[in-house]
Design a protein around this ligand. Structure first.
Ligand SMILES: Nc1ncnc2c1ncn2[C@@H]1O[C@H](COP(=O)(O)OP(=O)(O)OP(=O)(O)O)[C@@H](O)[C@H]1O
Length: 298
C-alpha cells in the first residue's frame, strides 16, 4: 500500500478565503492536501495568490488581511482553533521557509553562523555546540566550501547562489516536516537556478520533508513536484498529479500556461501567451463567485 495515501497529511487547507477589508477576495475557497514526503507546486501567474497561501500557512500575513474563512490543519492540528502563542509555536516546530530573495531574508548586519545557529537553539532547544555542529553539517551538505569561514562571513561577502544555499541549509537544519519554498530560484541566474533546484530536490528526498513549492514556471513544476495546484486570481483551476497536468491537462487555463512555457527540450515548439479572452472569461467567473460568496455570508 502507498504510504502517502495512509499517512496523516502534513498540511490540509480547506476552503480558505482571504478578503481585503472591502470584501474583495484575494484567495477564493482554496483547498489542498500535502502528504509527508510530497512536493506540491503552487503555480500561476503573478498575483494568483501563490505566496499568500504560503504566508497564511506560516502565519505571516499582514494584519490588513484577515483570514475570512476556512481551515488550516498542520499534521492534524487545527491552527485556527489555537491561541496565537500556541499557533506560533506549532508553526515554528513543524515548518520552515525558503524565501525568494536571499539578500533581504538574511540580516546584513549579522554573520551567517548565528543566523543559522540561533533559531536551532530557540526552536529546537539545542545547546550551542549541537546547533553549531548541525549548521556546519548542513552547510557542507549544500556544497559550501570552507563552512567554518562562511559562518564567520557577512551576507554581502557571498554570492547570490551561496546565500540561497545558506538559506536552504538553514531551512533544513531544524529538520522541519513542512517547507514552504517561495519562488526560491527566481532571483538567481539560470545556471544557479538549476543547481539550487537540484539541491532542494535532493535534500527533500533524503529527508522526506513535505514541500509547498511556489513558482510561476511550469518548467520548474515539471522538475520538482509530484502534485500541482494551478491558481488563477486566488482560485484553484486544477489540482492533479504533475504527470497528468502535462500529459492530460483538464482546465483550459492549465493548457494555456503550458503553451506559454518555452520548452528547453523542444526549441522549435512555438509558445504563446495566455489568451486575453480566456483571462477575461476567468475574471468574469471569479466576479460571479464573489457575488455568490458575499450573498452567502449575509
Ligand atoms: N498586503 C497586501 N494587501 C493587499 N493586497 C495584497 C497584499 N499582498 C498581496 N496582495 C494581493 O494579493 C494577490 C495575491 O498576491 P500574491 O503575492 O500571493 O501573488 P503571487 O501569485 O505570489 O504573485 P507573484 O508571483 O507576483 O509573487 C495579488 O493581487 C496581490 O496584489
Amino acid at each position: 500500500m502507498n504510504d502517502q495515501t495512509t499517512s496523516r497529511p502534513a498540511l490540509e487547507i480547506i476552503d480558505l478565503s482571504i478578503a481585503l477589508p472591502n470584501g474583495v477576495r484575494l484567495l477564493r475557497d482554496v483547498s489542498l492536501t500535502l502528504h509527508p514526503g510530497e512536493v506540491r507546486a503552487l503555480v500561476g501567474e503573478s498575483g494568483a495568490g501563490k505566496s499568500m497561501i504560503g504566508k497564511t500557512v506560516l502565519g505571516i500575513l499582514p494584519d490588513t488581511l484577515k483570514r475570512s474563512q476556512g481551515e488550516i490543519i498542520l499534521e492534524g492540528q487545527h491552527l485556527n482553533m489555537m491561541t496565537a502563542w500556541t499557533r506560533r509555536q506549532t508553526v515554528a516546530e513543524v515548518t520552515a521557509l525558503i524565501p525568494q530573495d536571499p539578500l533581504t531574508a538574511l540580516n546584513p548586519l549579522r554573520k551567517i553562523g548565528p543566523q543559522i545557529v540561533d533559531p536551532l537553539i530557540r526552536i529546537r532547544g539545542w545547546d550551542k555546540g549541537r546547533a553549531r555542529a548541525r549548521a556546519l553539517e548542513l552547510l557542507e551538505r549544500v556544497h559550501i566550501r570552507d563552512p567554518e569561514r562562511v559562518m564567520q562571513s557577512y551576507p554581502h561577502e557571498l554570492s547570490g547562489g551561496m546565500r540561497q544555499r545558506i538559506l536552504i541549509a538553514a531551512a533544513f537544519a531544524p529538520a522541519p516536516r513542512l517547507i514552504v519554498a517561495d519562488e526560491p530560484t527566481t532571483a538567481l541566474d539560470v545556471t544557479v537556478q538549476k543547481e539550487i533546484l537540484k539541491l532542494i530536490r535532493e535534500l527533500q528526498k533524503e529527508t522526506g520533508t513535505a514541500v509547498l513549492f511556489v513558482t510561476h514556471d511550469m518548467g520548474v513544476v515539471a522538475k520538482i513536484s509530484q502534485q500541482v495546484t494551478v491558481l488563477f486570481a486566488g482560485k484553484v483551476m486544477e489540482d492533479a498529479p504533475t504527470r497528468d497536468i502535462f500529459t492530460n491537462p483538464a482546465h483550459p487555463y492549465t493548457r494555456a500556461l503550458i503553451a506559454a512555457t518555452p520548452s528547453s527540450a523542444d526549441l522549435d515548439r512555438p509558445f504563446s501567451p495566455v489568451p486575453p479572452e480566456l483571462i477575461a472569461d476567468l475574471h468574469a467567473q471569479v466576479v460571479r463567485d464573489d457575488a455568490l460568496w458575499q450573498g452567502g455570508k449575509r
